[in-house]
Design a protein around this ligand. Structure first.
Ligand code: DQA
Length: 147
């Protein structure tokens, strides 16, 4: 059976490529999803990408992943730093979870230094630009082979 990785992007990431390109780069969300799909396919994995600006929608997708995906790669955007509800939803998901941040959050404002999602994530990538998504998919392929 082909394993599926759900790729979740949170608020404002729909503006990738247009929003603060000096921080987040010039690639669009469509570019990121295409790169991640290609990386997944190279490892025989399917990728199901979603983006939302709404916390409840991200939680609903994580619930859906319990039945339909084997792993989650998530960039929760600013919800990283605020959302106990997303942490709780991820705690109800049994497969591996990797957290991605395009920017190096530790080099930025102190409110970005704490992540609720990191309490659940099996690994965190920050500051690798959009390449971080590809690296996360590659790591996920390793984790899924083990499991
Ligand atoms: C981000 C970092 C967050 O602090 C910020 O709120 C984002 C994007 C990143 O990818 O670097 O929206 O998750």
């Amino acid at each position: 059976m082909t394993k599926t990785v759900m790729l979740l992007n949170g608020p404002n990431l729909n503006l990738l490529g247009k929003r603060q390109p000096e921080i987040y780069g010039r690639e669009t969300l469509a570019d990121v999803e295409a790169m991640a799909k290609k990386a997944a396919a190279a490892h025989g994995l399917a990728l199901r990408p979603h983006q939302s600006n709404a916390e409840h929608q991200i939680i609903d997708w994580i619930h859906e992943a319990r039945e339909t995906a084997q792993a989650i790669v998530i960039n929760p955007g600013a919800f990283t730093h605020t959302s106990i509800a997303i942490l709780d939803a991820l705690n109800a998901f049994e497969g591996p979870v990797l957290e991605v941040h395009i920017s190096n959050v530790h080099k930025r404002e102190s409110f970005r230094h704490h992540s609720y999602v990191s309490l659940r994530a099996d690994g965190v990538i920050a500051g690798f630009g959009v390449q971080g998504y590809v690296l996360a998919i590659e790591r996920m392929a390793t984790l899924l082979k083990r499991g």
